[in-house]
Write a protein that binds this ligand. Structure first.
Ligand SMILES: C[S@@+](CC[C@H](N)C(=O)[O-])C[C@H]1O[C@@H](n2cnc3c(N)ncnc32)[C@H](O)[C@@H]1O
Length: 194
């Protein structure tokens, strides 16, 4: 990761703050980037591209592992802005950016012959987190990881998801208060990690 890359990311982050784009924090970006590199992750799915800030953090790591991120965005202005940013960072090659409601997608991934992912990052509409999770878990490879953003700040909007995750018995989960005002939830399948 070059200093220039971090400088450009910082400019994008500032632009997000000024324009009220709910981008992930630097810390979460760095965490996602490190986990992809360290675990040699190759296939990532993201729900909620916005202007592409989080996607860029992950794509930079996927360039190193020889992987690819597939990212879904429901808003056309956000989707278009993300395409511009991917070009600016010269990372388009590692990003498959899809303008579609993730919950309505049923053939896109199939038609692209993409079956399962090593890492799924959920950062869409907060009160739909349980729906995203239920769809995402079927797309997770054995041994894969699901990461959900904003689980502290928006716990109230995620009450259905919390109810589900607290009573289920299939996944281990942990909340990591990773930055100054929020955190992520990391979820892995129990089956493979007794
Ligand atoms: C919190 S923002 C994502 C921020 C982005 N991950 C980042 O950190 O740079 C949430 C985004 O999810 C998108 N979104 C909400 N529901 C969605 C859905 N069902 N499918 C795809 N995108 C969705 C919104 O339009 C919004 O741009």
């Amino acid at each position: 990761m070059t200093k220039l890359f971090l400088k450009k990311l910082n400019i994008l982050k500032q632009h997000g703050i000024e324009n009220k784009i709910p981008n992930i924090s630097y810390e979460i970006g760095m965490f996602l980037n490190m986990i992809i590199k360290n675990k040699n992750i190759k296939n990532v799915l993201e729900i909620g591209t916005a202007n592409g800030y989080s996607t860029i953090w992950m794509a930079e790591a996927l360039k190193a592992t020889g992987g690819m991120i597939t990212t879904f965005e429901i808003s056309i202005p956000s989707y278009k802005e993300a395409q511009e940013n991917f070009k600016k960072f010269k990372l388009n090659k590692y990003i498959d950016s899809i303008f579609e409601d993730f919950l309505k997608e049923d053939k896109i991934l199939k038609n692209k012959n993409i079956k399962k992912f090593d890492l799924i990052f959920i950062d869409g509409q907060k009160n739909k987190t349980l729906d995203f999770f239920n769809k995402a878990k079927k797309l997770l490879k054995d041994g894969g990881i699901i990461i959900v953003d904003d689980v502290i700040k928006f716990k109230n909007k995620m009450s259905e998801f919390y109810k589900y995750i607290e009573k289920q018995n299939k996944f281990y989960y942990i909340i990591l208060p990773i930055d100054i005002d929020d955190g992520i939830m990391m979820i892995i399948n129990k089956k493979l990690h007794k």
